[in-house]
Design a binder for this molecule. Sequence first.
Ligand code: SF4
Length: 385
Amino acid sequence: MKNKLIKLLKKNKRLFFIAKMIRLLSTSSFRKIDGGKKKYPKVIQLPITYNCNSACVMCNIWQMDHSGEMSVEEFSTFMQDPIFKEVEIVGINGGEPSLVPDLPEYAQEILKLPSLKALNIISHGFSPKPLLKSVEKIYRSCKEKGVDFHIAISLDGVGEIHDTVRGKPKVFEKSTSTIDEIIKNQYKYCDSYDIGCTIVKQNIDYLIELDTYAKSKSYNIKYRLGIDNKRIESDRLRDQYSVIYSPLRQSAKEFFHLQMSQTMALNDKFKYFSIFYWLDHETPKRLLGCSWKDEGITLDARGEVYYCAVASESIGSLRKERGEKIFFDDKNIDYRKSIITDSCDGCIHDYSGQPEVKAVWAFLVNMILDRYAMKLYEIKVRFMS
Ligand code: SF4
């Protein structure tokens, strides 16, 4: 019945578009999140190691100490903390996850979470062998548990541009060979994948080349803006990589506008519009939702707990205290509220989470105005002449 309805709607483009708009609106909320509600987290961001063999221009992790990180046994005790009892999604990142030798064993511990529905992993893809070996095992375990498994591989340009952004020679070939293998034999590795490009000074002039390359290889590529992020100390590298505070901001704006008009998926359109809108305003305003405002927790490789990665300091350690005590502590909740007041509008990181109805409405109005822009212009000219 549902499939029949979708087929019917697809035949009528306008009706299909309206149905998609209604669906997007239905996922939004009238509620303004202030971070004060004590809810168990639904999402974990899990930087599983600080170890990294890349040297990205927008990240300082590769310069950080990665000693004293949790063993599988210690991680297992962390995962049994009741604070994680309602977690539905876990995102493994790093550092570089493929450098963790027992990665599938850590994943086994994650898969014991009682409410888990999806597991995601992000990698630079430079080390095809260990990465593919690990993800193949993880995917098998996910299938046994009925958990969705998603892989994201970073690709920031074609050839030397990718190498420049990643700070390593000849890694373009390695990343693309990983991507090609995942696409070719996806049944072995994951339910879904995407390719992520971070937009920085070093690749902003070469994005059309990357986009064309990605299309020619049927890569499902997504773009994000490189921004200040405390966890990876990118706030210290702003001059080196950021387009936000340079004349290149205009190029970024135009690129996101182009992506918005070319992308068919409405959620992606909304995401790109929101980034464009954010760049277009001198006092930035975030339209996108964010799970980390009251549904997300960040747990690092030494058991330190944060609210979000972008703006939060550590709020405690699972090596010393129970998760509920840390996460629901009144002082910490006040701190989360202050992050939302002081930092969220200035942040265009993380695209998950429920947006407010008025944000989706602003997007829909803009789409309609965009669609009829020429007609409106003609009317204006006629009345003015
Ligand atoms: S600062 Fe950014 S990542 Fe952190 S809660 Fe706000 S919007 Fe989310």
